[in-house]
Design a protein around this ligand. Structure first.
Ligand code: NAP
Ligand code: G4F
Length: 324
């Protein structure tokens, strides 16, 4: 039974990856950081089947201990300060978690499990002000936020440890991926949750920023399969993962509101509070290399994804009401 160590197991991707690897027969060890509460909502259904260890990307010793104890065959580094907007208000902390945290983890792996395979969660935010469209593995990076800058560092330190020390370390450059487990601050979930609350009469509007930016949105459940496939390759390399289609935030609103028979124009208000100091205007992947070499393709398309999220948010609010 192979062992996988997942940082960020309590996050959106970590929960889907843990499910996926358990179904493949892995022993799954997840790193959680100490908290006065136990915010394990996304993995509550898996809690008896995974092992949790306490460690933090800010703390070198705890990472060394976690790797020494777990003895992983595969390490998936999904932990990060992952919300782009927060990276302007907490730029130093974002750099510590999202950039230097990766060096700490690679250093721990080099010393405690040099034969393990390492996955780094790179991001399409690294393409930022895009140099070509669609974006592929060779497209130059031009990050537009402290988060994007931190991810570029994390990407290159992963390449560097591969080339310097022969570690089997790869980066998946993943475009936006969403699900009913997406954090409420990200725009897809913010919109689907608002549609649910408006449809149930709990509120009448939602405040958004820029409606014209374009994203390549896929389903998180499909993307964790790509992570695993990358680590099974005989030679470590980096891959772009996305759908190859792009939608504006405005089109996201149209789709989500019209699904419940609503007109987004009557419910979406502009708020300068949600406009970013620098924007990433257009992201769209060229995932052809992943298709050819990994045999990976997305299964859930945009409309199905948004409807799945609206349905889930409606059900959650109905259940909460019933429980009161
Ligand atoms: P997420 O839901 O925000 O989850 C982030 C995880 O990181 C949480 O489990 C969080 O733990 C953990 N974490 C944060 N700081 C930590 C620290 N100092 N030490 C240990 N754990 C820490 O993010 P996601 O959407 O699942 O994304 C997973 C990874 O993929 C992230 O690295 C993200 O930047 C990257 N990525 C995401 C997308 C996307 O569209 N989702 C696209 C490209 C790349 P707590 O629960 O304790 O907060
Ligand atoms: O949903 P978002 O916050 O995601 P963003 O910034 O694209 O980042 C996500 O995807 C990255 C991959 O490219 C990941 F690396 C990262 O960790 C994260 O998962 O914003 C999407 C777009 C932006 O253009 C933003 O300006 O939506 C626009 N937007 C407009 N109004 C808004 C809002 N975004 C948020 N979060 N909230 C708004 O009110």
């Amino acid at each position: 039974m192979p062992t996988a160590l997942i940082t960020g197991i309590t996050g959106q991707d970590g929960s889907y990856l843990a499910e996926y690897l358990l179904a493949k027969g892995y022993r799954v060890v997840g790193i959680v950081r100490r908290s006065s509460t136990t915010p394990y909502d996304r993995i509550a259904h898996l809690i008896d089947r995974v092992e949790l260890v306490s460690a933090d990307l800010l703390d070198q010793t705890s990472l060394m201990d976690a790797i020494e104890d777990a003895k992983p065959d595969e390490i998936y580094n999904l932990a990060a300060q992952s919300f782009v907007a927060t990276s302007w208000t907490q730029p130093v902390l974002t750099g510590e978690f999202t950039a230097l945290g990766v060096t700490r983890l690679l250093e721990a792996m080099k010393r405690a499990a040099p034969k393990a395979r390492f996955y780094q969660a790179s991001s399409s935010e690294q393409f930022g002000m895009v140099r070509e469209t669609p974006q592929k593995e060779t497209t130059p990076f031009y990050p537009r936020s402290p988060y994007g800058v931190a991810k570029v560092y994390a990407h290159w330190i992963t390449v560097n440890y591969r080339e310097s020390f022969g570690l089997h370390a790869v980066s998946g450059i993943l475009f936006n991926h969403e699900s009913p487990r997406r954090g409420l601050e990200f725009v897809t979930r913010k919109v689907t949750d608002a549609v649910a609350r408006i449809a149930l009469g709990m509120t009448d509007h939602v405040e958004l920023g820029n409606l014209e930016s374009r994203r390549d949105w896929g389903f998180a459940g499909d993307y964790v399969d790509a992570m695993w496939r990358m680590l099974q390759q005989p030679t470590p390399d980096d891959y772009v993962i996305g759908t190859g289609k792009t939608w504006t935030v405005r089109e996201l609103c149209e789709e989500a509101f019209s699904y419940k028979g609503l007109d987004y124009k009557a419910h979406v208000r502009h708020s300068a509070k949600h406009v970013r100091p620098a924007e990433v205007d257009l992201l769209v992947a060229d995932p052809s290399r992943a298709k050819t070499e990994l045999g990976w393709e997305p299964k859930v398309e945009f409309r199905e994804l948004i409807r799945m999220m609206v349905d889930s948010d409606v059900a959650a609010h109905v259940n909460t009401r019933a429980a009161k």
